[in-house]
Ligand binder design. Structure first.
Ligand SMILES: [Zn+2]
Length: 318
């Protein structure tokens, strides 16, 4: 694996990006130079919950709001193509994750359940949970065909095979917008949250989950952590996630660390063991019953919950 900076595969040596949360242009804190091996960029590089490759863009830390972000940005068209063609192999893990996220819903103060939208819906596992919880109308946006086509037959028609964009849904029509493990992948996370606010009725809730780059697990693993990943265009901490939700014009913001429950074999896939030893380890665990036992761990993810206020506030709240 090459360790010298190489931006050729991901970006033109373009202008600095600026912080995607607060807009600061101070890019003096370079957290890591790019680490990219084009030979390893196979179809699975853009699939979620895959074996980590330890490749990443050049990462800059914002001194104002604590967000870490890729700068310069990779080419948008190449990234979009990557997601559209991404392979998909993680139905079991998606269901486990959806159960973790469903346990967060009780935090929402106003639990009206007429309509909910999931951005980055994957195989629709969380749409199943929303229907179980009594939401009457649910829908999802997902750019990857392989993921959407892995949905259950009665859930698949609820998933729009496209990235979430402005104007894709009627304003003020939703009680809940969710976005799990997706904010780190999109080109403009602030615009995504602002659009989500527009779609919510006053009092409606935005619920997000993302990696916490300052979690103990991430600090322990350093640059071997799965958060240092070619897919990630920004990384949040509790502070920067709260800043993102506030700048999007949302209120009553809560951010807290969550406990994920995944099968043993999934945790083993993420563990920092040598790549050459992983296939045998994973095969062994999948052959044994213990490999499927659900294990709760604080794995370095944070949830953010915020409410659309009654009255739009500030100049950015249009
Ligand atoms: Zn910032």
């Amino acid at each position: 694996v090459q360790t010298t900076p190489d931006l050729s595969a991901t970006a033109r040596p373009a202008a600095a990006r600026g912080c995607p949360v607060c807009g600061s242009s101070d890019e003096r804190r370079v957290l890591a130079e790019a680490r990219i091996d084009p030979a390893q960029l196979d179809a699975f590089a853009f699939a979620s919950r895959k074996v980590p490759e330890h490749m990443h863009h050049r990462l800059v830390e914002c001194p104002v709001c604590d967000t870490v972000y890729a700068s310069p940005l990779p080419d948008a068209a190449e990234v979009a193509e990557g997601y559209a063609e991404a392979a998909y192999d993680s139905r079991e893990e998606a269901v486990a994750a959806s159960r973790t996220y469903a346990r967060l819903l009780h935090r929402i103060p106003d639990r009206r359940r007429a309509a909910a939208l999931d951005i980055g819906a994957g195989d629709g596992a969380f749409l199943e949970r929303l229907l179980e919880q009594g939401y009457e109308q649910v829908a999802g946006f997902e750019p990857s065909r392989a993921a959407a086509d892995a949905a259950l037959p009665d859930v698949r028609p609820l998933i729009r095979l496209e990235p979430f964009t402005a104007g894709a849904w009627p304003d003020e029509s939703l009680d809940l917008v969710t976005c799990f493990q997706t904010l780190e992948h999109v080109f403009d996370p602030l615009e995504l949250c602002r659009q989500a606010r527009r779609l919510l009725r006053p009092g409606g809730a935005l619920l997000v989950v993302t990696h916490d780059r300052r979690a103990a697990t991430a600090r322990m693993m350093g640059k071997r952590s799965p958060i240092f990943d070619i897919e990630h265009l920004q990384l949040f901490s509790q502070r920067s996630l709260a800043a993102l939700l506030a700048r999007a014009g949302l209120t009553s913001i809560q951010v807290w660390p969550i406990v994920n429950r995944y099968p043993v074999h999934y945790w083993a896939k993420l563990a920092p063991v040598p790549r050459s030893a992983k296939p045998r380890l994973l095969a062994g665990l999948k052959a044994a019953r213990i490999g499927y036992a659900p294990v709760p761990l604080r794995a370095g993810n944070i949830a953010g919950l915020a409410i659309r206020p009654d009255v739009a506030r500030g100049s950015d709240a249009a």
